[in-house]
Design a protein around this ligand. Structure first.
Ligand code: ADP
Ligand code: MG
Length: 319
C-alpha cells in the first residue's frame, strides 16, 4: 500500500509556475501581483450527490477543478492557484492517477498551480478551493443589474442536463448527440477568457450551475430587480437538434443544472460590442431577455405574446 505521502508526491506534486511556496510545507505561500485583489471560492463534489460513485476518474478530475474555475470566470477573475482536499475510500492508485491526470489537464488549460491540499481516508468527497486575481474593484458581482439591462447567456445551456437525462433513460439520444451532451456534462468548459473580457461591460454576472431560472433568481435578489425572458430568444434549437422534444428542451435549458455558462446583464448600448466579443472568442451568445424594475418578478413571454410569471426554481440541496 502506498503511503499518503507517496500518493501526494507521485500524483499531486508538479512544478509550480507562479507559486512562491507550493506542496510540501505546512502552508503554501501565494503572492498576488500588484494592484490585484484575490477572488476565492470553494466547491465540494460529493459522490452520490454531484456524481455517480463509479464516475470515470479522469473526467471527474477535470470537472472537480473546472466547476471552481467557472466560479472565478463568473467574477471576471483570472484563476491562479487551487488547493485540493480529497477524501478517498481506498488508496486505489489507478483511480488516483487518472483523477490527477484530469485535474492537471484542467489546471494546465486555465493556468492554475495546485499549491496544496489534504488527503484522507473516508467516503469519496472532492473539495477544491480556488484563488484568482482580479484588478482591484473590477470584479463583476451579482448585484449590479439595473432595469432596462439586457440579459445574456453564453454557450449552449441545457446540454449537460440533456446528457444526464440520456444517462437516466429519460431521453434516447442518437450517438453523436449523446456524445455532445455527455461531453458538456463531464467536461464543462469554464468561460474564463470571456468572463475577463466582460469586466466593465457586464453589470452583473454569475455562472449557471443549478439551472438558469434558479440562478437568475440570485441576480434578481442581489440586484433588487426582476426579469422578462423571451422564450423565442432562448437557444432551444441546439437542444432540439440533439433530439430533445419541446418540453424536455425547455426543462433542460431553464432548470437543468451543470451548465457552467455565464449568465450576465449589460446595458443595451453594449450590444454591438458584445456581438464582436462573442465573434472574437468563438462563443455563441444569446440575448434572452430584459431586466425589469419589479423586484424578484420573473416573467416568461411566449412566442405568441402570452406572459406568465414563474418561480425561479433552481436546484436546492436542502429543499
Ligand atoms: P499537515 O499534516 O501539515 O497538514 P499534510 O501531510 O496534510 O500536512 O500535507 C503535506 C503536504 O502535502 C502539504 O503541503 C499539503 O498542502 C500537501 N497535500 C496534501 N494532500 C494534497 C493533495 N491532495 N493535493 C495537493 N497537495 C496536497
Ligand atoms: Mg493536512
Amino acid at each position: 500500500m502506498p503511503s499518503e505521502f507517496d500518493l501526494i508526491r507521485r500524483h499531486f506534486t508538479r512544478p509550480a509556475r507562479h507559486t512562491t511556496l507550493s506542496v510540501g510545507d505546512d502552508a503554501a505561500l501565494l503572492t498576488p501581483r500588484a494592484g490585484m485583489q484575490l477572488a476565492v471560492s470553494t466547491d465540494m463534489l460529493v459522490a452520490g450527490t454531484h456524481f455517480f460513485a463509479d464516475a470515470e476518474p479522469k473526467a471527474l478530475g477535470w470537472k472537480t477543478l473546472a466547476v471552481n474555475v467557472s466560479d472565478l470566470a463568473a467574477m471576471g477573475a483570472e484563476p491562479r492557484w487551487a488547493v485540493l482536499a480529497l477524501s478517498l475510500p481506498a488508496a486505489d492508485e489507478a483511480w488516483i492517477a487518472a483523477f490527477a491526470r484530469g485535474f492537471f489537464a484542467c489546471a494546465d488549460a486555465f493556468g492554475v498551480d495546485l499549491a496544496g491540499g489534504d488527503t484522507t481516508r473516508g467516503p469519496l468527497n472532492l473539495c477544491v478551493t480556488i484563488f484568482g486575481e482580479v484588478p482591484a474593484g473590477a470584479a463583476i458581482t451579482r448585484g449590479g443589474a439595473r432595469a432596462g439591462d439586457d440579459l445574456w447567456i453564453t454557450g449552449k445551456p441545457g446540454h449537460a442536463a440533456l446528457g444526464l437525462a440520456h444517462l437516466r433513460g429519460e431521453a434516447a439520444l442518437a450517438p453523436a448527440a449523446a456524445h455532445t451532451c455527455l461531453a458538456a456534462l463531464h467536461r464543462p468548459q469554464p468561460r474564463v477568457a470571456f468572463g475577463q473580457a466582460l469586466r466593465s461591460v457586464a453589470s452583473a454576472m454569475l455562472d449557471v450551475s443549478d439551472g438558469l431560472l434558479g440562478d437568475l433568481g440570485h441576480i434578481l435578489e442581489s440586484s433588487g430587480c426582476g426579469a422578462r425572458i423571451e422564450v423565442e430568444a432562448l437557444p432551444l434549437a441546439a437542444l432540439r437538434a440533439c433530439g430533445a422534444d419541446e418540453a424536455l428542451a425547455r426543462r433542460c435549458l431553464l432548470s437543468g443544472g451543470d451548465d457552467y455558462e455565464l449568465l450576465f446583464t449589460a446595458a443595451p448600448s453594449r450590444r454591438e460590442h458584445l456581438a464582436a466579443l462573442a465573434g472574437k472568442h468563438g462563443l455563441p451568445l444569446s440575448r434572452i431577455g430584459t431586466i425589469t424594475a419589479k423586484t424578484d418578478e420573473l416573467v416568461l413571454r411566449e412566442a405568441d405574446g402570452r406572459e406568465h410569471t414563474t418561480a425561479h426554481a433552481g436546484y436546492d440541496h436542502f429543499a
